[in-house]
Write a protein that binds this ligand. Structure first.
Ligand code: ATP
Length: 437
């Protein structure tokens, strides 16, 4: 499929079905911001839950924090962001539009009108604001451009409260803000986004071991989420391109419809951060002071959403002369709705009573369950396919005993194959528990 068409289809489906809306849309939109609707929230929550389970709660040596978004300017001076968190900005000599120089489609040429652009100047991407009622420069603070520093500044707090032995890690999920010069490609490059990051503290001589372990776990987590692994590529960042704090970085790139771009990063940050903040700890083994080195796996939630949407988007064209059947083949663990319950007919009380009863049971058990009685069954299936619901459950007259052999059973339809089977209501919870793993 043509790349623009695919992005258009995904963006329009995401809006129409309540995943993602343009930020401040009724006021004409605010560039680089997107609002998540109910299904987008459910999808993001599933991503974050799965990440937390894999990287934090199932581990013995991980400590999660939730630091403030507004941080002292000294943090960003020490981290190098005030001086170096910049992108090269160029301006079109004719239409005056501004671009990030390194992502122009043709180097030196305006993406919009094809005229030459100016020489680049460095543009700091941090959003600043004033704290309190004082209007002087000492009151300037920044919205964090990454969650990482929120962990470094709490390193000593966690060490003092928990006395962890090396190696151990800190984790954080939260919003980050970057004044991107050219926000583009839907939720890929935005000005307000969410990150899931880990700072893993190791003895300097053992950094490679932890780096390798995270590399493997990151890949297996991506696979378990349903990211198309044949579209994931590891890029060993060349020495000359490494960030100032890094001795080794792997970018995990993904083939998005608009090209191969960074999805996540894994960096060896040496002792750069702890040394910059003048932090250390006591190594329990040697009873000596030590500045641990840091391995940082860094994930964007929004880029995960986009990678999942593009991995899951499928058009089934097997039925000739019919509109293709569009479905999102989400892994059950990330699907925003795990199953939908329908009465065969909306206006038959015996059917709706039974369907509502079943819905209440499943809702209590699985949370993200939808009741759907709009339009005919075929239309409901199509609607659920489009949002990636793995199973549709229909209460019909056989459920109620029209065919005595099928009394107490419901139709369960599989999203990907479209096949239907009858399952006893008493077995339904067990069936779904097994199938939704
Ligand atoms: P890029 O080169 O694409 O600008 P980056 O190398 O600056 O990204 P990092 O600073 O490594 O990104 O941020 C860690 C992760 O946060 C990225 O891998 C990505 O998933 C996410 N991320 C970074 N910037 C943005 C953004 N503007 N919009 C959405 N997600 C982002």
């Amino acid at each position: 499929m043509d790349k623009d068409t695919l992005m258009d289809k995904i963006t329009s489906l995401a809006k129409r079905r309540g995943f993602i809306y343009q930020g401040s849309e009724i006021y004409g939109g605010l560039a680089g911001t997107w609002d998540y609707g109910p299904l987008g929230v459910a999808l993001k929550n599933n991503i974050k839950d799965s990440w937390r389970k894999t990287f934090v709660s199932s581990q013995l040596d991980m400590y999660e924090v939730d630091a403030a978004i507004l941080m002292h300017p000294g943090v960003w001076k020490a981290s190098g962001h005030v001086d170096t968190f910049t992108d090269p900005l160029v301006e079109c000599t004719k239409c005056k539009r501004r671009f990030r120089q390194d992502i122009l489609k043709i180097p030196g040429i305006c993406d919009d009108c094809g005229s030459p652009v100016t020489e680049p100047r460095q543009f700091n991407m941090m959003f600043s604001t004033k704290i309190g009622a004082v209007e002087d420069s000492a009151a300037t603070v920044y919205l964090r451009p990454e969650t990482a520093q929120g962990m470094f500044v709490n390193f000593k707090n966690v060490v003092d409260s928990f006395h962890p032995k090396l190696p151990f890690g800190m984790a954080q999920i939260g919003k980050a803000f970057r004044n991107e010069i050219t926000p583009r490609d839907f939720i890929f490059r935005v000005r307000e986004f969410e990150q899931m990051e880990i700072e893993y503290f190791v003895r300097p001589e053992l950094w490679q071991e932890s780096f390798e372990k995270f590399r493997t776990t990151m890949l297996s987590w991506m696979g378990s989420m349903g990211i198309a692994m044949d579209r994931v590529h590891e890029l060993e960042v060349a020495e000359g391109d490494l960030a100032h704090y890094s001795k080794r970085t792997i970018d995990f790139e993904f083939d998005f419809p608009f090209g191969r771009k960074e999805l996540y990063g894994l960096a060896y940050r040496t002792d750069f951060d702890l040394t910059s903040h003048k932090l250390d700890c006591v190594d329990e083994e040697t009873a000596q002071k030590i500045v641990p080195h840091v391995i940082e796996p860094s994930f964007g939630v929004d880029r995960t959403v986009l990678a999942l949407l593009t991995s899951a988007y499928t058009e089934d064209t097997t039925e000739v002369d019919k509109e293709p059947r569009v479905y999102l083949k989400f892994a059950p663990s990330v699907a925003p709705v795990v199953c939908a319950v329908s009465p065969l007919l909306k206006n038959k009380k015996e059917l709706t009573d039974k369907a509502e009863q079943l819905f209440a049971i499943l809702k209590k058990e699985f949370g993200n369950v939808m009741y759907d009685d709009n339009g005919n069954i075929g239309k409901r299936y199509r609607r659920q396919d489009e949002i990636g619901t793995p199973y549709c459950i229909v209460v019909d007259f056989d459920t109620l005993g029209e065919n005595p052999d099928l009394l107490g059973t419901v139709t369960v339809r599989d999203r990907d194959t479209g096949t239907q089977q009858r399952i006893a209501v008493s077995e339904l919870v067990n069936f779904l528990k097994k199938s939704l793993i």
